[in-house]
Write a protein that binds this ligand. Structure first.
Ligand code: MN
Length: 503
């Protein structure tokens, strides 16, 4: 999956004008190439920047933006106003441009050379007012963009560029993402429903329905060798319980699970789907609810949502793409069970089966247990404890008139406990600022029980993603107070109603 980081690029453009004459423009050219070279060498920016020149006229600007729109490799543009670039020249290009845009507000030299500075120096170091002229036009045109301020050599600036670049990759993934819904929604569940047409218009993602028979058709064509090879991988990668080993009493369940994985994988690969849903109420001829199959597909980068939850499936895929190559994991998650105590309260995150092993603290165990609902055979699943450390929970909901992202800062903790009878993967979360405030705010925001849980990404990534799409974002973090949060919800109701046509 990391190849996407190498296949895509971000274009870097420098704004100026003809007024300065060739000498200054040569300098602008030189400085720009130095900056782009250095940014490309930065360990904080995982996607290549390609410099597209000093733009001095409306036609030059418009041409580059048109080319950026057409380029399949280009996932966004970073613009820097080295000098003053009269912003009426930018109107045509900005009107046409339809990819993520980042305004890097930097200056070639960092510090003022107090004893040497003269008007020549000032004329070459005009970002301070050039960037403001550009910002005015973007604000006036309601162009969504990220603004990053600071010297380009500084680590925090490079980190912000890196975050935005990864989010642009997520935007790009949304544009072409195909989600397969195997079966419909879990009956009567509300929050997993939504307007799939609106989702495609807003995010680009296409969501369509398929049947469990599409998977069983794949399973019917599997070779014994393929099944054996996968069983060997299970044995190598996980701690198999005794009854799953060759000759064990539950070995047949594991063989069935392996067939389901191969069938699902084949179906997804042939259809070009990078995310999918299933539901235990529409399993048809599938003999078990896919457990280990879904877990391993998630580990390979697929998005997944249980019970027909296509929004979470799509979001999981996009967040996995944004986090590609990073060490920490990203998984489908559900707020499952509370641990209320007098001192501090926690939530146990888990699901019936489908938690991604990318968040596992240790090597997962592979086990078979009854599911207790759905009336199918006992499914195989990977059981593990989530790795300790900071993370976020993210939910994408459909409010009927718009989409809303809700994000909560959390920390996976390891209290002194054993869970000898819990047959599923889990993570114990300390939700910020406290469970009482976090869960109150989450519920007031209408956040779903399903989330994408990631230890790779931070709130800043989700903020950038929301800004690129113009989608509402509510953040619950260490600074959240319920009174302010309620006001924010009310203000947003008015804002998104008033500006609906400009979103
Ligand atoms: Mn669920």
């Amino acid at each position: 999956m990391t190849t996407l980081l190498n296949e895509k690029e971000i274009w870097f453009i420098t704004g100026s004008q003809r007024l300065y004459g060739n000498e200054i423009l040569k300098q602008v050219h030189q400085n720009s190439t130095i900056i782009v070279e250095e940014l490309n060498a930065s360990p904080h920016i995982p996607i290549s920047f390609v410099w597209k020149g000093v733009l001095k006229t409306s036609d030059e600007i418009s041409t580059v933006f048109q080319q950026a729109n057409m380029s399949s490799g280009c996932i966004g543009v970073v613009a820097w106003m080295h000098t003053f670039s009269p912003a009426k020249m930018w109107i045509k290009g900005l009107r046409e441009f339809n990819k993520p845009l980042c305004h890097l507000h930097t200056q070639f030299n960092a510090e003022i050379p107090w004893d040497k500075i003269d008007m020549n120096y000032m004329n070459l170091h005009q970002s301070a007012h050039g960037g403001r002229e550009f910002g005015y036009m973007m604000s006036r045109m309601h162009k969504r963009r990220k603004v990053i301020v600071g010297h380009w050599k500084v680590e925090s600036v490079q980190r912000k560029l890196g975050i935005w670049a990864r989010v642009a990759l997520g935007w790009n993934e949304f544009q072409q993402l195909k989600v397969a819904r195997i079966g419909d929604n879990m009956r009567d569940v509300a929050v997993t429903e939504g307007d799939k047409v609106a989702a495609e218009i807003n995010f680009g993602v296409s969501v369509n329905g398929y049947d469990s028979s599409d998977i069983t058709a794949e399973i019917a064509n599997l070779s014994d060798d393929a099944v054996s090879a996968l069983l060997e991988r299970y044995e190598k990668e996980y701690l198999l319980s005794e009854n799953l080993k060759p000759g064990g009493s539950k070995r047949d369940s594991l063989i069935e699970a392996a067939k389901i994985e191969l069938g699902l994988r084949g179906f997804l690969e042939k259809g070009g789907f990078k995310a999918f849903t299933d539901t235990f109420e529409n399993l048809g001829e599938l003999t078990q609810l896919p457990g280990i199959a879904v877990q391993r597909l998630m580990a390979d980068g697929y998005g997944f949502g249980a019970e027909g939850d296509w929004k979470t499936a799509a979001l999981l895929r996009v967040l996995k793409v944004m986090a590609m190559g990073m060490e920490a994991g990203t998984s489908f998650m559900e707020d499952y069970t509370y641990h209320f105590t007098h001192e501090k309260s926690y939530v146990l995150g888990s699901h019936m089966l489908e938690i991604c092993p990318s968040i596992a603290a240790d090597q997962p165990r592979c086990e078979v247990h009854p599911l207790d609902i759905g009336g199918k055979n006992d499914p195989a699943r990977l059981v593990f404890k989530g790795k300790e450390g900071k993370g976020i929970n993210v939910s994408l909901i459909d409010l009927g008139s718009r989409f809303r992202l809700v994000v909560n800062e959390v920390e996976a903790v390891s209290l002194d406990y054993e869970l000898p009878k819990l047959p599923v993967a889990h993570v114990l979360l300390d939700t910020k600022p406290s469970l009482e405030i976090a869960a109150s705010a989450w519920i007031l925001a209408g956040g779903a029980h399903h989330t994408v849980y990631t230890q790779a990404l931070t709130v800043e990534y989700i903020e950038d993603l929301a800004d690129i799409f113009g989608v509402e974002l509510l953040v619950i973090d260490q600074d959240t107070t319920l009174r302010d949060f309620k006001d924010k919800i009310r203000a947003n109701e008015a804002y998104y109603h008033l500006f609906r046509n400009q979103m």
